[in-house]
Design a protein around this ligand. Structure first.
Ligand code: COA
Length: 379
């Protein structure tokens, strides 16, 4: 097949969705019909989950019922969590393996969303050398998650985490959501689709960036010269984590929302230890990228302030990517349902650039072929 290639599928539209809209030039994010700013800091994560799963804003009764259902599912999956997770592994590896281990007949999004939260929290707690805590049957997801990992119940930190979870719940056809939809389009099950989403999210170009953002802030602080440190990174051909985006040509709207959550924390007396360095690095990075790529607007993405916020509320940096998975799983589940309603296999085409031989390969008879495992050994 021949044809124009859109590298990385850039600009290719492959689905209609009612779940979210990412407007790159305007720097606007709409989730389930609401501007991000109408949700983050104002609605619970449960409210946003109901919005995506039901396709309509939930009533108070629906929000509470879903919250109870999610909490009950967390309590239920907790007992198996310890056997399923391996604290010695990387968080995304441990999460992928534990979710992949669920039966494919678990088509219940509530169960899958709750499993992801409990597996990550149990993994993180065990990795800290602490006894895993039992989920609460009454807490919200943000309350429970913070408590299960840090043992804390601070309301301001819970509110900040809630803002974060709502901000990342869905984001158009990002790589992990696309991966989940491709799997769902084959008629496969929800667990397989979410497992694919986790695999895609792990990469540093997608959800794996916030841990490295914190490493960068520490390295810049140690160097004492943000501009020189960043220039050296770019010279070495390395990417600046937390900067640039495939769709946004502006600063990521989620960066503003997370900064606002950090300001609320500061007003409550919870200062962000790395905020001053982050602001300095952000400005220096934007300037350095502008110099290097004058024709491409590479600005702050969600991961930059995710790192600062999750660090401030006390989550360890190695739990950042799995925390992103906790926030994004409801989006994956809603996309899987939407893809199924569409019912069409996603199967793009490729352009073959390999050779075409005129004659078939020369094949030796099986007797004349030397077994590969015999190489270098006595016959
Ligand atoms: N640091 C350095 N260079 C960057 C960069 C960054 N953060 N983001 C993009 N670039 C470079 C690319 O390497 C490319 O250079 P090239 O033409 O010499 O190959 C050029 O800028 C244009 O890149 P673009 O097409 O805009 O990037 P993309 O759409 O392929 O990738 C990201 C988008 C997010 C993968 C990319 O910006 C990136 O790697 N960012 C850092 C990782 C990160 O923060 N990920 C989280 C995303 S939410």
């Amino acid at each position: 097949m021949s044809g124009k290639i859109n590298d990385g599928l850039e600009g290719i539209v492959v689905a209609e969705t009612e779940l979210s809209d990412v407007e790159g030039e305007a720097g606007r994010l709409t989730i389930g019909g609401f501007a991000l700013e109408q949700l983050a800091g104002l609605r619970t994560f449960e409210w946003a989950i109901a919005l995506l799963l039901d396709g309509a804003p939930p009533s108070e009764a629906r929000e509470h019922a879903l919250s109870r259902e999610l909490a009950a599912a967390r309590v239920e999956v907790f007992d198996s969590a310890r056997q399923r997770i391996d604290p010695a592994r990387d968080g995304m590896d441990a999460l992928r393996a534990s979710i992949a281990g669920l039966n494919g007949d678990q088509e219940n999004p509530v169960r899958v969303i709750s499993s992801v939260l409990v597996f990550v929290a149990t993994w993180a707690r065990t990795r800290c050398g602490l006894e895993p805590l039992r989920p609460s049957a009454t807490a919200t997801m943000a309350e429970d998650y913070l408590h299960l990992i840090t043992g804390e119940t601070n309301v301001e930190k819970v509110a900040a985490l809630n803002s974060y979870l709502v901000s990342v719940i869905d984001h158009g056809l990002n790589a992990s959501t696309f991966a989940a939809r491709v799997v769902a389009s084959t008629g496969s099950d929800l667990v397989s689709a979410v497992t694919a989403g986790i695999g895609a999210l792990k990469g540093p170009l997608h959800g794996g960036a916030p841990g490295p953002v914190l490493d960068m802030l520490d390295a810049v602080q140690a160097s004492g010269d943000a501009a020189a440190w960043l220039a050296n990174e770019l010279e070495q051909g390395r990417r600046i984590m937390g900067m640039g985006h495939r769709i946004y040509r502006t600063r990521d709207p989620r960066a503003f929302v997370l900064e606002r959550a950090l300001s609320k924390l500061a007003a409550a007396g919870i200062a962000a230890p790395r905020l001053a360095t982050a602001k300095q690095v952000e400005q220096a990075a934007a300037e350095a990228l502008k110099r290097k790529y004058p024709n491409r607007s590479l600005q702050t993405n969600v991961e930059f302030y995710t790192a600062v916020l999750l660090d401030t509320i006390g989550l360890p940096r190695w739990a950042f990517a799995p925390t992103f998975a906790v926030g994004r799983t409801p989006g994956w589940c809603a996309h899987v349902a939407e893809q199924r309603r569409k019912g069409r296999l996603i199967r793009p085409a490729s352009v073959y650039v390999g050779s075409r031989h005129e004659h078939g390969p020369t094949v030796k008879s099986p007797e004349a072929r030397e077994p590969e495992w015999n190489h270098g050994q006595q016959k």
